[in-house]
Write a protein that binds this ligand. Structure first.
Ligand SMILES: [Zn+2]
Length: 434
């Protein structure tokens, strides 16, 4: 039988603030000793009062705008009640009825061409602590993460395959890092993802039972877990079994999903407005200030690179993969223009030679570029000059065409990686010194 796959993702992204969401503790917890970034508020002690992190709200709103959402004027922080040992207060501060951002979209490369993935909401909340299970069966708890600011970005069920889900998650990471609100670091848990998936026979109107998969912290695990789950559900349906609405965990080592519990409904959490925090009222002026902070985003920059510099889609894609690279490219284009070198040559040089250098050394594009420009080309130019006295003499006697031979030597020495115009400029500079 032929089946329709429906996938929606809930992405949790740590908001890149210095302090936690509702207290003054440091939010930089990745390398901290256990239980050192805690206070009565994030430990949930009776009588300790929370206050809201202004910067976290600003960054979450900036995210909403970057994801084409509407920012809501009236915001309520709610308590989500549940009992778990990593949650000292037995409730998590989150948003329920009135989230910060609603009704956005993200454009991705879908399986059948460009696709808009709808976003239901982006809301702010606090992270929980972390349990460390010990070999003897006991568990230790570290509360450093408790109260760290998070955004939950909830998509519509618009994704149709594990590949699309992965590409959507990758696009989110690119945008969040681009606007500076998240580190993108999945190993440290700063960006993680749950997926909702349902499978139904083609032609059936209503969705199949919704299964949630938890604990995916790499692009690869999202793709693998969804592929496994689709296969599992289709096999069960083919065998005439019913799929149960449930929550499953992804076991990376075993390569399979494992049922954890039958899914709670939201009524199980007994949400109610946090009595210790007033509703958050955001004015139009405040929202427009955030909008003005928004940089040019990756998609529009990619389009501009293609239109303004004549780059092909692939190069434009690579050069807008991260914001620092995009800025470096534009800076290099401006410098090269003064020497008569075109943008396409700069793009070739960066995507070829410079990317190879950064892979070798792990340094940034800008640092590698700086090192390459004085060092490598000048050194190759000097070497070509020293090895070819006849061409140098010809050039000096007015036969300027002799420089072409020297350019050829530099190109050869660089194994074809140097840019010819840049090589010529470096040679001219060295020759004029003689
Ligand atoms: Zn605290």
């Amino acid at each position: 039988m032929d089946y329709l796959i429906t996938i929606g993702l809930e992405v949790h992204a740590q908001i890149r603030t210095k302090s936690k969401m509702f207290c003054g503790c440091s939010a930089e917890v990745a390398s901290a000793a256990p239980n050192t970034h805690v206070c009565p508020t994030c430990m949930g002690l009776p009588g300790a009062l929370p206050f809201i992190n202004r910067r976290a709200v600003e960054m979450a709103a900036l995210t909403g705008l970057a994801l084409n959402c509407r920012i809501q004027h009236n915001n309520v922080i709610s308590r989500k009640n549940y009992f778990y040992p990593d949650l000292p207060s037995s409730y998590q501060r989150s948003q329920y009825d009135d989230p910060l951002c609603v009704a956005g979209w993200v454009e991705i490369e879908g399986d059948d061409g460009p696709k808009r993935v709808g976003l239901t909401r982006v809301h702010i909340e606090e992270d929980t602590g972390k349990l460390n299970h010990q070999p003897d069966g006991s568990s230790l708890v570290d509360f450093n993460r408790a109260g760290v600011p998070l955004m939950e970005i909830v998509s519509e069920p618009d994704l149709s395959s594990p590949e699309e889900a992965k590409r959507y998650f990758q696009k989110l990471q690119q945008i969040l890092m681009w606007i500076g609100v998240n580190s993108g670091n999945m190993e440290e848990g700063a960006l993680r993802c749950d997926a909702n998936i349902s499978v139904r026979p083609r032609g059936q109107e209503e969705y199949g039972a919704k299964v949630e998969i938890k604990n995916m912290n790499s692009f690869r695990s999202v793709e693998r877990a969804l592929a496994y789950e689709i296969d599992r559900q289709i096999k069960a349906l083919d065998a005439g079994e019913k799929i149960r609405q449930s929550t499953r965990g992804w076991d990376e080592d075993a390569g399979k999903t494992v049922e954890q519990r039958l899914k709670e409904g939201s009524e199980d959490y007994r949400y109610f407005p946090e009595p210790d925090l007033p509703p958050l009222q955001l004015t139009d002026e405040w929202i427009e200030t955030r909008r003005a902070e928004l940089p040019e985003l990756p998609d529009s920059r990619k389009a501009r690179f293609m239109a303004a510099y004549g780059l092909n889609a692939n190069d434009a894609d690579v050069l807008t993969g991260d914001r620092a690279n995009a800025e470096y490219f534009e800076q290099a284009v401006a410098e090269a223009k003064a020497r008569g070198v075109g943008a396409k040559d700069v793009a070739n040089w960066i995507t070829g030679e410079l990317f190879r250098l950064t892979k070798e050394t792990g340094e940034s594009l800008a640092a590698a570029g700086e090192r390459f420009k004085p060092d490598t080309l000048a050194a190759l130019a000097r070497e070509a000059i020293a090895n070819n006295p006849k061409s140098v003499a010809d050039y000096k006697s007015g036969k300027t065409v002799a420089i072409k031979y020297l350019v050829g030597q530099v190109m050869k020495a660089s194994k074809g990686q140097a840019n010819p115009q840049a090589a010529q400029a470096a040679l001219e500079e060295e020759l004029n010194r003689l």
